[in-house]
Design a protein around this ligand. Sequence first.
Ligand code: B16
Ligand code: MG
Length: 224
Amino acid sequence: MKPQAVIFDLDGVVTDTAHLHFLAWQRIARDIGIDIDEKINEQLKGISRSESLRRILAHGRAEARVDEAQRLQLCERKNALYVESLAQLNPDSILPGIAGLLTALRAQGIRTGLASVSLNAPRILAALNLTAQFDFCADAAKVARSKPDPAIFIAACEGLGVKPEQCIGIEDAQAGIDAINACGMASVGIGEQLSGADLRLASTADLSWARLETFWLTHHSVAV
Ligand code: B16
Ligand code: MG
């Protein structure tokens, strides 16, 4: 028995754009007198743009002095910086193990989906030359709640025409693992600090169809 689909997070699983998000946010934060470090950035993974800004403002105790119009402007400026930095992405920026896994899933007849809350996801897939490797890319603009809400993973399942409990979700962020678990998918976590993942791997290089197949069979026999 095989899963019907494997649904991937983008940032941190397919490619490492977390650092580019960080550099853009760091510049914006510095302009308003807030220092952020990589530790704060950990809390922004899988979180929407507006919620990321809210967390940065809360970190700098600046929520009260930045109104809604200013927040929109800051988000727009951050995105402009971020989009500019995406020019450096190319197929060599795909994380280890991912291209091989996508090819193997195709060969197995297993559908592939993308569940990223990034509004830039289609642009990033195009830069990586991976657009055709995904059967469905959930549209973050149509999903109001970011991870840990499962909405983006449910949207990916709906687009693929599959049931969450018949799918594997792969994530590098705690908010993402919580989202996968909340909709009943089997969760694979990339990274040592994640809690609650059904399978935890140190890096995307450890991903392969053979590894996922063994995991699926074990998970399924435990779940039934
Ligand atoms: P954008 P994921 C998320 O992508 C990022 O992890 C998060 O840091 C970012 O704020 C969010 O996308 C929104 O991205 O500003 O490009 O719309 O991890 O869900 O693939
Ligand atoms: Mg991620």
